[in-house]
Design a binder for this molecule. Structure first.
Ligand SMILES: [Zn+2]
Ligand SMILES: [Zn+2]
Length: 457
């Protein structure tokens, strides 16, 4: 048995790992798009897929699923296993990815989606299922909740090894303990080999109280000058978490507080779709969210929330915001500002002193988001649509809202196992994060454990 890595090795995007279980069988874990600095123009699948019998999808972020259409184009005809909620989200994500990045041709889009729908097999959490193999080998897998976004999972795969089995665990993206809405991931019982993400391998997040306070303070300051508050957010996950937090801040505000006067605009038809999915899968919410529901509150819906759908409406909102009399918070994708409607907002409002941009998620190297973080604080500029845009806006970063486990969480995921891995491979992180986390694992687990930074295959 060995593992090849076809992405998420030099950065956080393009997740795609291949578990080769024998000379004629392998399983793919995720097949994501490269973004930012990692992105190239040629997205086609370059590795040999002739032995690949199945794809397992850990979660529906585009950098974990975006190359599925290219996998089809290469001739992949196996099943796609994923959790029940992810099975429901996946076609929406792929449809959007095709429309934004590939084609507007309805025929091609529909053909791809119908293929996808035929291939998806929805799997319950915490339930073993058998994977197809090209030989007598029995391969079993199980999905466990990863607490990262709705439906997200880490994967355990048992590969026969003489009289025993070798358990390989792929972490996918792991959630932080206090991710709004979703319960924290529990470490697996055991792993022999572990492939783990390391996005925040070098950092620990602010505590929950602190981050809510920071968000509250930043927004209260930001709206004093009647400016626009822009929050770039993935349509799936982050947008819903922020709505959940905003509902709480509005709910707790005193009757005459400015909070009751702030408009919250979600400018993304996709985000609105996903919010519906989050509402549909309430059973996956954590205790606190369920308690709010039981009290008659609507954690993902409130009076001052507006959703923008059509492109026409989107352009109208930008116009309207230029002349508005009320403070407004805009949530729009993409989370790292690599495309999507947020880019139009940034182009329009970065040059205004009254604007505030709040980054709540990880900004990958080479993304517009990372550039704004870097140059915004020193009054610099960025290029948007080939135009130089000066940054007069105030730029804030709140790290506590990350949907990713921090260093402590990543260590706990391993030290919490009853039987610890003998081999750890680090993926999905910048160099520094991977190096620091590797050191921490070596310290915590001692000599006997091989800790390795994964390399591109
Ligand atoms: Zn993710
Ligand atoms: Zn990821």
């Amino acid at each position: 048995m060995h593992i090849k890595h076809h992405g998420a090795v030099n950065g956080v995007t393009g997740s795609c790992h291949e578990l080769i279980t024998s000379t004629d069988t392998s399983i793919l874990i995720d097949c994501g798009l490269f973004q930012g600095e990692d992105a190239g123009t040629d997205l086609s699948i370059k590795f040999d897929i002739s032995n690949v019998t199945a794809l397992i999808v850990t979660h529906c972020h585009i950098d974990h699923v975006g190359r599925i259409p290219y996998l089809f184009a290469t001739g992949f005809s196996g099943p796609i296993y994923t959790s029940i909620a992810s099975a429901s989200l996946l076609p929406l994500v792929i449809e959007d990815a095709l429309k934004v990045g590939v084609t507007r041709d309805e025929k091609i889009i529909n053909a791809c989606l119908s293929l996808l729908n035929k291939r998806i097999i929805a799997i319950d959490f915490n339930t073993w299922f058998e994977l197809p193999s090209n030989n007598q080998q029995t391969l079993k897998a199980r999905l466990q909740r990863a607490g990262h976004i709705l439906g997200s999972a880490y994967v355990e795969i048992d590969v026969p090894n003489k009289a025993t089995t070798h358990r390989v665990v792929f972490s996918g993206d792991l959630g932080a303990p206090y991710t709004p809405l979703l319960p924290a991931p529990k470490p697996p019982y055991k792993a022999d080999t572990l492939v783990i993400e390391s996005t925040y391998g070098d950092k620990n997040h602010q505590g929950r109280k602190q981050r809510t306070q920071t968000l509250k303070k930043v927004i209260e300051q930001a709206v004093k000058d009647n400016g626009v508050v822009l929050i770039p957010a993935f349509s799936i996950g982050r947008t819903q978490e922020l709505l959940y937090e905003l509902e709480q801040l509005i709910h707790n505000a005193s009757p005459h507080s400015p909070w009751h006067n702030i408009e919250v605009i979600v400018d993304s038809p996709m985000a609105a779709n996903f919010t519906q999915q989050y509402r549909k899968f309430k059973t996956l919410w954590d205790k606190e969210a369920k308690q709010r529901l039981a009290k008659g509150r609507h954690p993902l819906n409130f009076e001052s929330l507006h959703t923008v759908n059509s492109h026409k409406e989107h352009m109208a909102v930008i116009n309207y915001l230029n002349k508005r009399e009320k403070p407004a918070i805009i949530l729009a994708a993409s989370g790292m500002c690599t495309g999507g409607r947020i880019v139009n907002y940034l182009e329009a409002f970065l040059p205004a002193k009254t604007t505030d941009v709040i980054f709540v998620g990880y900004q990958g190297r080479g993304t517009l988001g990372r550039e704004i973080q870097k140059y915004g604080s020193r009054g610099g500029y960025v290029f948007i649509n080939n135009e130089k845009v000066y940054i007069k806006a105030k730029i804030h970063t709140i790290s506590g809202y990350s949907a990713h486990a921090d260093q402590k969480g990543l260590i706990r995921f391993v030290t919490g196992m009853q039987k610890k891995p003998s081999h750890i491979k680090l993926v999905h992180g910048d160099d520094r994060a991977k190096q620091l986390l590797a050191e921490k694992y070596r310290e915590a687990l001692g000599e006997g454990v091989k800790v390795e930074i994964a390399k591109l295959s």
